[in-house]
Ligand binder design. Structure first.
Ligand SMILES: CC(C)(COP(=O)(O)OP(=O)(O)OC[C@H]1O[C@@H](n2cnc3c(N)ncnc32)[C@H](O)[C@@H]1OP(=O)(O)O)[C@@H](O)C(=O)NCCC(=O)NCCS
Length: 137
């Protein structure tokens, strides 16, 4: 049975799950930085199966108006069994239970239908999500 715990996992458990997404090929973060990042989350949920961390999601929030979900991930061999949907439902529930007015996320390429099934809607083209990347050097 899969156990869902509303907590940040140990970095030793998280690191292989995080690397399985391939995101660190872009971010190039060290384990200490990632440990600090997930530790600063407002809400988190970790999925365990037979003692192994197989899924994770987190949100960063002001706990009143906004929360943004990040790092929704499931180990490749465990995908397609509803674990990702349960992680999104759980983290959204935590945000709503804390009284957060509006929950946001950025859908990775191809994941829009996955999030739509969990009740999320794309922002209208006239109100796109935007980001600022500080210049290097
Ligand atoms: C996205 C992710 C968390 C989904 O986890 P999961 O446990 O497989 O999710 P569920 O089993 O609840 O739902 C899977 C459904 O979503 C769809 N789906 C998930 N990821 C998808 C993707 N990248 N492209 C297209 N469809 C996707 C599957 O086709 C499946 O549909 P079905 O139920 O009709 O077969 C998982 O694929 C993952 O970890 N991906 C890598 C990290 C990532 O991209 N995270 C999202 C960041 S925004």
């Amino acid at each position: 049975m899969i156990e869902y715990k509303n907590e940040v996992p140990d970095i030793k458990d998280y690191w292989p799950l995080y690397l399985s997404t391939g995101w660190n090929e872009v971010f190039k973060m060290d384990a200490n930085s990632v440990e600090r990042a997930i530790g600063n989350s407002s809400f988190a949920v970790s999925a365990y199966w037979q003692g192994e961390l197989i899924g994770f999601a987190r949100a960063v929030s002001d706990r009143v108006m906004y929360a943004t979900i990040y790092d929704v991930m499931v180990l490749p061999e465990q995908r397609g069994r509803g674990i990702g949907s349960e992680l999104v439902a759980n983290i959204t529930r935590q945000c709503k239970a804390a009284g957060v007015y509006s929950v946001h996320l950025f859908a990775a390429d191809g994941t829009e239908p996955f999030y739509q099934r969990s009740g999320f809607q794309a922002r209208p083209p006239s109100m796109p999500g935007m980001r600022y990347e500080a210049e290097e050097g």
